[in-house]
Design a protein around this ligand. Structure first.
Ligand SMILES: Nc1ncnc2c1ncn2[C@@H]1O[C@H](COP(=O)(O)OP(=O)(O)OP(=O)(O)O)[C@@H](O)[C@H]1O
Length: 564
């Protein structure tokens, strides 16, 4: 390890030094326009932190995307996640990283409600597709040179980010935007942060982490095993795992590791790349989430599953999806992999054909088209949540964890020869077929609330995604022991496909814990059961509520107020 450390860079830059070094030319950022400078042309996507609209700049006619910054809780002011995203994007300048060009403000008219805060929008160049939408488009079939071209650009963007000590922490196909000029750009820096530590060096993998950060990052399907086992001293290798998932997704046309709970996620990872051993993942037993794990021993099906894509693709995928985060290939080395140097060579971006616009919200359209195809075999019953219990899923005999649904990109976990596979009713929840919600990604982790002291005394600060160590205390961990089950992504299986719960279905704000304490959006009302399931105690959960109570009290005691 000492040699590995020596191979790394020198001093970590302070955020300020980084900002000074990386400032973009001033004229590359307009400043703050008015929303009336843009003509809105329809919604492109809706995420956890904002709504994205297509728009045209009135003055120049340029197409842009406007990401509306949602103020979930007005009294908290401008969301820290948005501030971070803006701050980072203003600094970054690379052809494979989405560029923030402007901020636009929308003031409420005097007639409506002038007391309301203005709405802010982030303005970025309009990109014709996101990778997830493009892969969902039934009329698009990726060629090998096209896949190589996108992957190469993704690695170039990531090499730039890592070289500048930025962890993206939400690598997934929906966050990779693609233009009809064949350019891929990494987007959505809402979870990104500057990190302390050496930058990756050729031949040195991901190395060891220097300090602790919250492990509640990365959307589950793209989440590396070390985070699922709660490693906090993680490195740029977490983004490289995501690249492996995206690469596999481009090869097979659907997400390759679509776990339905964190436990199940680990299970299907081990099915694919083999169960952890002291050789393949040194130290895994010492990780907080590894202590109680007793995964069934299996060699992994990756080579077999991806055989048809050739030895070079299999070799690169294996190195990206390596269990040992210290030796997982880094972006510098991945760019040098023979996969890019053998025929068929990567396409030139300008040679990739144009496709019809494919975004998050276009998927519904694609699905209607797919629905017109002969129906896929049906089977199983509706799963209702994560499979709970000690060692859930392990040793279950599920051969590969992939489904055989013909028309959807998302697996239904029926094709893997699960022990109870023939009997839908007896399968654990995650192994049953989900109804037609397949196109909803598991949401991001919730925003933890309080800062935690890390072992070395440093704080993961000012990071809003701080670990809620005191959170789900009654739940069981991935391995079943007393480890809190930070299974934060339980998707809703009830709503119609693609549909988010209508706003009016959500509980009124006062009834809900603060946004960062809530589980992913769901189509039911928040109730006590949810609190218990997520390990929250109503007495202690709502810091804001306590504040509110004390404020009210002191106000009512005020002599002025009493007089009034
Ligand atoms: N510049 C852009 N051009 C075209 N489409 C875009 C652009 N930016 C975002 N989108 C679309 O909007 C979607 C959501 O954007 P983004 O990921 O930035 O928002 P978010 O609120 O952080 O979402 P999530 O919580 O799902 O990660 C993207 O998947 C993409 O389909």
């Amino acid at each position: 390890m000492a040699t590995m450390a020596a191979a790394y860079g020198t001093e970590a830059l302070s955020p300020r030094a980084f900002a000074v070094q990386h400032h973009r030319p001033k004229d590359s950022f307009t400043g703050c326009s008015r929303i009336s400078d843009y003509e809105l042309m329809g919604k492109l996507g809706e995420g956890t932190f904002g709504e994205v609209h297509k728009a045209r700049t009135r003055q120049t006619g340029t197409m842009v995307a406007l990401k509306k910054i949602i103020m979930h809780n007005e009294k908290d002011g401008f969301p820290i996640t948005a501030l971070r995203e803006i701050k980072l994007l203003k600094l970054l300048s690379h052809k494979n990283v989405l560029r923030l060009e402007d901020m636009a403000v929308e003031h409420h008219s005097k007639i409506t409600d002038k007391r309301k805060r203005p709405i802010m929008y982030m303005v970025t160049p309009y990109m014709d597709h996101d990778l997830s939408g493009l892969l969902d488009n039934p009329s698009v079939h990726f060629t090998v040179p096209q896949t190589k071209c996108y992957l190469f650009q993704l690695l170039q963007g990531l090499r730039y980010l890592h070289d500048n000590r930025i962890l993206h922490r939400d690598m997934k196909a929906a966050n990779l935007l693609i233009s009809n000029k064949g350019i891929l750009q990494i987007a959505d820096f809402g979870l990104a942060r500057h990190y302390d530590g050496p930058v990756p060096k050729p031949g040195a993998g991901g190395g060891d982490g220097k300090r602790e950060y919250t492990s509640l990052v990365v959307t589950r399907w793209y989440r590396p095993p070390e985070l699922l086992m709660f490693l906090k001293k993680y490195t740029t290798a977490i983004d490289m795992w995501g690249v492996g998932c995206v690469f596999g997704e481009m090869l097979v046309g659907k997400p390759i590791l679509a776990g339905e709970s964190d436990v199940h996620q680990l299970e299907i990872i081990f099915d694919l790349v083999g169960s952890p051993t002291d050789q393949t993942m040194p130290g895994w037993k010492q990780l907080p989430g590894g202590e109680k794990l007793t995964p069934r021993s299996r060699p992994g099906s990756l080579s077999q599953r991806f055989r048809e894509h050739g030895a070079d693709a299999v070799s690169l995928l294996k190195q990206l999806l390596q269990l040992d985060w210290r030796n997982r290939i880094n972006a510098i080395d991945a760019l040098e992999h023979p996969y890019f140097k053998t025929t068929p060579y990567p396409a030139r971006p300008e040679d990739i054909p144009h496709f019809e616009d494919s975004h998050e919200l276009d998927r519904r359209k694609f699905h209607d088209r797919k629905a017109a195809l002969p129906p896929a075999p049906q089977g199983g019953t509706v799963g209702v949540g994560a499979f709970e219990g000690p060692n859930a899923g392990f040793g279950s005999g599920n051969g590969n964890g992939y489904g055989n649904r013909m028309n959807g990109r998302y697996p239904n976990h029926q094709g893997g020869g699960h022990r109870n596979g023939e009997d839908g009713g007896r399968r654990p929840a995650w192994a049953r077929e989900q109804p037609r919600h397949e196109h909803r990604l598991p949401p991001r982790p919730p925003l933890p609330e309080l800062p935690i002291n890390t072992r070395d005394g440093a704080m993961d600060h000012p990071d809003p995604y701080r670990e809620r160590d005191r959170a789900p205390r009654n739940a069981r961990g991935a391995g079943g022991g007393n480890r809190p089950d930070v299974d934060t992504y339980i998707p809703s299986y009830r709503g119609g496909r693609d549909e988010r719960p209508p706003r009016e279905d959500r509980p009124p704000r006062e009834d809900r814990p603060p946004r960062e304490d809530r589980p992913p959006r769901d189509d039911r009302r928040w109730d006590d059961r949810d609190d218990r399931r997520h390990g929250w105690d109503r007495r202690e959960r709502d810091y804001d509520d306590r504040n509110r109570v004390s404020k009210t009290r002191s106000r009512s005691r005020s002599p002025m107020r009493a007089r009034r």
